[in-house]
Design a protein around this ligand. Structure first.
Ligand SMILES: C[S@@+](CC[C@H](N)C(=O)[O-])C[C@H]1O[C@@H](n2cnc3c(N)ncnc32)[C@H](O)[C@@H]1O
Length: 277
């Protein structure tokens, strides 16, 4: 059951329109294998009829399943650790007096996958200032893929997904129990209470009413083309507080930061340009 060029094009166009994902023809065999179980689930063995279904009005539910199957959800705890160091060593100490005086602090993990990034942010906060557990602090963790959002919300990680957590933090912030695949680690209530998980497509409207202090959008835009990326930067700029921070993944860059209102602040780290009065 191979994907024919017409069905590939229909699926690639749809994935691009719905989620910004760029499916290139060189990856056709990978896409074919990622979608094979979806074809089985809807009871067809033809990519042409699958493409017809997902492109139809009746295919709305399956469209979400298709995007979920096509996204790459690889992540791990404390990935690209320099951003967590910046958060713990510079950003939080610089704000702590204001936070103690009641200022709110909001972080967005945009494209959060299974939640490792959001819980790494939470651990960094609690390790830096344990009192943050009682402050007006929240981490919003969002992803287009409903499966990873509900996984993150469950906060239960099989051992293979816990790489990156230093042993002392694993002992302190996770409880261990036997699961189907061996040991499973559940995040503590202290971590869970800091993180709110929601399904959100970065290309759609953002419902957030409050400004963000830090946005982690790492290893997400790499799957988007330059136009889609360039439409995102000013939106992040509008959402960030003037003293905020934007972190991207190791192979992601804002091509013209000043056009989007940002200045570079170290590797894959940006700050909004503050207008001079
Ligand atoms: C490789 S993971 C990155 C996870 C984490 N940020 C990290 O750096 O480890 C990319 C995530 O982006 C999500 N994603 C892809 N397109 C998206 C979109 N249009 N809106 C929201 N999330 C999207 C995928 O579902 C996936 O979970």
């Amino acid at each position: 059951m191979a994907i024919d060029p017409k069905s590939f094009e229909a699926i690639a166009d749809l994935a691009y329109r719905e989620s910004g994902l760029q499916l290139v023809v060189e990856k056709a065999s990978m896409i074919q294998s990622r979608l094979r179980h979806r074809l089985k689930a809807v009871g067809t063995d033809s990519f042409a009829s699958y493409a017809e279904l997902v492109c139809s009005d009746e295919g709305l539910d399956e469209r979400r399943q298709m995007i979920s199957a096509l996204t790459t959800n690889v992540s791990h705890f404390f990935r690209e650790s320099h951003h967590f160091e910046l958060l713990g060593q510079k950003i939080l100490p610089g704000l702590i007096d204001k936070l103690r005086a009641g200022r709110r602090f909001r972080v967005w993990s945009a494209g959060c996958s299974n939640g490792q990034e959001a819980y790494s942010i939470a651990m960094t906060m609690l390790e830096t200032f344990p009192e943050m557990a009682k402050m007006d602090v929240k981490i919003l963790a969002t992803d287009i893929d409903p499966k990873v959002v509900s996984f993150g919300r469950s906060a239960v990680y099989p051992e293979r997904l816990t790489t990156g957590i230093p042993k002392n933090l694993k002992d302190k912030y996770f409880s261990v129990q036997k699961g189907k695949e061996g040991d499973e680690y559940t995040a503590s209530e202290a971590l869970k209470s800091l993180v709110v998980f929601k399904e959100l497509n970065l290309l759609s409207n953002w419902p957030m009413k409050q400004k963000m202090d830090v946005v982690f959008c790492r290893n997400v835009v790499i799957y988007f083309d330059a136009d889609t990326q360039d439409r995102l930067w000013p939106r992040f700029h509008s959402l960030l507080n003037s003293d905020g921070h934007l972190f991207l993944g190791h192979s992601e860059r804002i091509s013209e930061p000043s056009n989007a209102g940002f200045i570079n602040n170290g590797p894959t780290s940006y700050r909004p340009i503050v207008a001079k009065r």
